[in-house]
Unconditional design. Sequence first.
Length: 310
Amino acid sequence: MGLANLVPGISGGTMLLAAGVYRSLIEAVGQLCRLNITRRSLAPVVWIAIPAAVTIVSLAGAVGNLVQNHRPLAYATFIGLTLGGVPLLLRQLPKWTPGAKGGVVLGVMAMGGLAILESVGGFATTSGWVMAALAGMLGGASMILPGLSGGFVLLLLGQYVVILSAIDGFKDGIKLGSLDALLPPLQTLLPFGVGFALGIALTAVIMRTLLRKHESATTGVLLGLLLGAVLGLWPFRVGVQPDVGDVIRGQTIISVVQRDDVQPKYWRTEAFTPTLQEVMSAAMAAAIGFGTALGVGRLEGRQQPSHHDS
């Protein structure tokens, strides 16, 4: 689950379903939110959270560099991973009710809106602890939602590389034993962590209720979110250095020196026309991603969870 939430396109909730522990985690979080703290309610949370955290911390730098330096291949893989989760949710949909169909449309529209905002820089120019907390809350919520990738949500919010860089900076600060080196990443990670915990708790309680009372419509929304996710993952984009007058991370660039100081991870992106070789490479990467996610879905299918576990 940690790796799933680190990589845009893979759903942490899907991994929980594959392991057959999705319902037990939601029930455990629900009990903890009601302050029913027992060994039975703590065990699922602890045994899932600790390995996930270790995975995220240990691989954050490598995955962040992959996304930043090899965007076409990385994003094509993410598209395949995302589409590979569609059969999983289709199997979990009890009936194609009007509510389910409306849910699909709503989910696609929501993700399409986020993709448009990301493409015009609607979120990418925002920084600070408020944005980090919002990213954490939505990232935590998406971790509980099967079919919706936490990493993808961070990408659309313009916070993906920012968060991974902060994790990497925190690890470097620990290695150096320097408090000054730890403070900058902590200014991002602390509000992100608080938001992440709140997002998990609130979403687990809400999902537990919705899946019991409105299963078809809720599953339809999840399917729509998954399909709409592809809209924001166009792989053939390249980073472009900002110009004087552009707004980056909430600050207006007023000089050439300030422009040159902006790190590539904060540059805006624009589409380019790929070569045939780039298209073929991206198609192969997408196929690999699709096959991987489809394999996870088949593993989940063997668990044969009840509809309420979806």
